[in-house]
Design a binder for this molecule. Structure first.
Ligand code: URA
Length: 261
C-alpha cells in the first residue's frame, strides 16, 4: 500500500468539495434544494493537514448517449427506419435537418414526452439537447437515473418553424408514431412535459397548472403531467413544483407495480 501524503489528503478533500458543489448546484438549479446565501466558489482552499491515508475519489462515471446515427434496436428500429422512414407526411419535413425520433433505453420504465424538436435538436437529431434539454438531463440525474436509463421523445418528430406550436394536421400525421413508440416501450410511467404533450396524449384541455402533480392514465400507463423544462427556464419559481411531480414519479417507480396512490 502506498503512503498518502497530507497533499494527497488535501487534494482528495478538494475533489470531494468540487463534486459536492457541482451536485448541490445542479440540485438547486432544478429546484430540489435551496442554497444558503454563501458563495461556495470563494471558499479558502483547504490547508494540507496530516491525516489518515485517504482513497482518491474515483472519477464520476460518464454516460455517452447514443449518437445521432445510433438507432434503437428491435421494434423501435423498425418503426423508425421502415415505418416512419424519411417521412414527408406533413409540411414540417420541408424545414427539417433531422427527424428527431427519440433516444434512450428501449426497456425503460420511464419515458419523457415533450412537444417537438427545437433548433439544437433538429441539428443533432437527438431530443432535448438544447438549454431546456440540459435542465431535463439534470432533473433526470437528480432522480438517480441517466438519459441512458430512460427514454425521451416528442409529440412531433420534426422541428416546427420558429419553435411555434405544432399545428393540428402536423400532430395528426405524427401522433400515430408516438403512440406506436409508447406501445412498444410499454413503460411503467410516462412524464408528459408541458401543456402540449399532456393535452395531446390525454385529450384533455385542462391547463397544465391544474393537470400537473396528479396521476392520470394513458392507455393503461401511469401518466404524470409536469411543466416543460423550457417553461421552467423562464419561470424558475415553478421548479419546486416540477421537482415535487418528479418525486411522485420516483416514489411510483420504487413501489411494486400496482395502481398509483
Ligand atoms: N423542447 C421539446 O419539447 N422537445 C425537444 O426535444 C426540445 C425542446
Amino acid at each position: 500500500m502506498t503512503t498518502k501524503t497530507p497533499e494527497d489528503f488535501a487534494s482528495a478533500v478538494e475533489t470531494l468539495r468540487a463534486a459536492l458543489r457541482a451536485e448541490v448546484t445542479d440540485l438547486a438549479e432544478i429546484g430540489a434544494v435551496t442554497l444558503p446565501r454563501v458563495k461556495l466558489s470563494t471558499r479558502a482552499p483547504v490547508e494540507p493537514v496530516a491525516g489518515p491515508a485517504q482513497a482518491k475519489t474515483p472519477p464520476a462515471p460518464t454516460s455517452a448517449g447514443p449518437g445521432p446515427g445510433a438507432a434503437p434496436p428491435g421494434r423501435l428500429q423498425i418503426l423508425q427506419q421502415e415505418t416512419l422512414g424519411e417521412c414527408t407526411r406533413c409540411k414540417l419535413h420541408r424545414g427539417r435537418t433531422h427527424i428527431v425520433f427519440g433516444v434512450g433505453n428501449p426497456d425503460a420504465d420511464l419515458v419523457f414526452v415533450g412537444e417537438g424538436p427545437g433548433a439544437d435538436e433538429d441539428r443533432q437529431g437527438i431530443p432535448f439537447v438544447g438549454r431546456a434539454g440540459q435542465l431535463l438531463t439534470k432533473m433526470i440525474k437528480a432522480m438517480g437515473q441517466s438519459r441512458d436509463d430512460v427514454y425521451i421523445c416528442n409529440v412531433v418528430k420534426c422541428r416546427p418553424p420558429n419553435n411555434r406550436d405544432p399545428e393540428p394536421d402536423e400532430v395528426e400525421a405524427c401522433e400515430p408514431f408516438l403512440k406506436a413508440q409508447l406501445e412498444i416501450l410499454k413503460p411503467r410511467v410516462i412524464v408528459g412535459m408541458g401543456r402540449y404533450a399532456c393535452q395531446t396524449l390525454l385529450q384533455d384541455r385542462t391547463p397544465i397548472s391544474r393537470m400537473r402533480g396528479r396521476w392520470h392514465t394513458y392507455e393503461g400507463v401511469d401518466f404524470m403531467p409536469t411543466f416543460h423544462p423550457a417553461y421552467l427556464l423562464r419561470s424558475p419559481e415553478k421548479k419546486r413544483e416540477a421537482w415535487a411531480d418528479l418525486q411522485l414519479v420516483m416514489k411510483r417507480l420504487a413501489a411494486p407495480s400496482g395502481p398509483p396512490d
